[in-house]
Write a protein that binds this ligand. Structure first.
Ligand code: SF4
Length: 313
């Protein structure tokens, strides 16, 4: 298998402007946004070796902004990457009342993308098994996962791509931290529960607000996510509000928390399963950072500088 090389995954020199609606200044910022999204997606794919030569990537489409953005970016990367991989879009029609069943097929046909619509009435099963007023998402997601794994096998997909982004990863991290007493987030790449599939999250480095802006610009035909009538989990809602507030007040804090997920120091935490504290003894070697409890923080930059640097190129 050919390994994906970080700097080769995307050749930004050939990027075209995506929106034919915008003009002048708008075009420049649209172009910048698209470049940033492609760069972040390409980097996440390369950092975690999500896609390899010959892969058939099943892109899970819910009809939300994230899945449309993921498909759009993966198709652009497919055309520019130095490795060959295929993309097949899959939507699970869960038979929720009012689901507009032609929207996704029409859109995917217009892109000339291979796709498959799987019809499975998980909605009725969930409604039958979960008492009125109780949250339905956990069973619903479990059923959906099972169907998607089966479909991936039937379609010969070697990777299953989900549209979770940076803020989903951070949200899950804080949910686990605050409510489950665990340092655990949402991995960019994992093996499926049935042990047979590789699940990838190519948008792992992408901010939700960028995906929202991109969806608005590209006018994706969004399918509303409240058709099932389920209320958003209150704890998750609380965390989302906290992150949105941080993002407004101190975006550096959000990025630092996110970066910390990839810079773990087991010897300075307390999990004896990760670090062998019991047999720890002096061996005469010196360690400059051995007893440094708090690393020097990076200089806190004002928002204006942060914005200027995040809009690079
Ligand atoms: S919001 Fe509705 S469709 Fe989505 S996981 Fe929850 S129950 Fe399922």
């Amino acid at each position: 298998m050919t390994q994906v090389q970080p700097i080769e995954f995307l050749d930004t020199r050939n990027l075209k402007r995506s929106s034919n609606r915008s003009t002048g200044k708008d075009k420049v910022s649209t172009n910048k946004l698209e470049k940033r999204l492609l760069r972040e997606t390409g980097k996440a794919i390369a950092d975690y070796q999500m896609i390899e030569e010959g892969d058939r990537v099943m892109v899970c489409m819910s009809g939300g902004k994230d899945s449309y953005g993921m498909l759009d970016l993966l198709l652009k990367l497919r055309d520019r990457a130095p490795i060959r991989f295929d993309v097949i879009a899959v939507n699970l029609d869960q038979k929720q009342p009012g689901f507009p069943e032609n929207v996704l097929p029409d859109y995917l046909r217009s892109l000339d993308v291979p796709f498959h619509i799987e019809e499975q009435d998980t909605y009725s099963i969930v409604k039958r098994l979960i008492p009125e007023g109780k949250t339905t998402c956990s069973l619903c997601s479990r059923l959906r996962r099972g169907v998607l794994y089966r479909v991936a096998s039937e379609l010969g997909a070697t990777k299953i791509a989900l549209g979770h982004h940076r803020d989903d990863i951070l949200g899950t991290f804080f949910l686990n931290l605050f409510f489950a007493a665990r340092l655990k987030a949402m991995p960019p790449k994992l093996v499926s529960d049935d042990g047979r599939h590789t699940v990838i999250r190519p948008l792992a480095y992408v901010k939700e607000s960028d995906l929202q802006t991109y969806a608005d610009i590209r006018e994706f035909p969004i399918i509303p996510c409240n058709l099932c009538g389920s209320q958003e989990n209150l704890k998750r809602k609380e965390i989302s509000q906290m992150l949105r507030q941080w993002e407004r007040q101190s975006p550096q804090r959000v990025w630092n928390t996110f970066k910390a997920l990839a810079h773990v120091v087991p010897s300075h935490l307390m999990d004896a399963n990760l670090f062998d504290f019991k047999s720890l003894k002096p061996d005469g070697n010196t360690f400059e950072d051995g007893d440094t409890a708090f690393d020097e923080p990076e200089i806190e930059l004002p928002d204006s500088v942060l914005t200027a640097f995040s809009e690079d190129d």
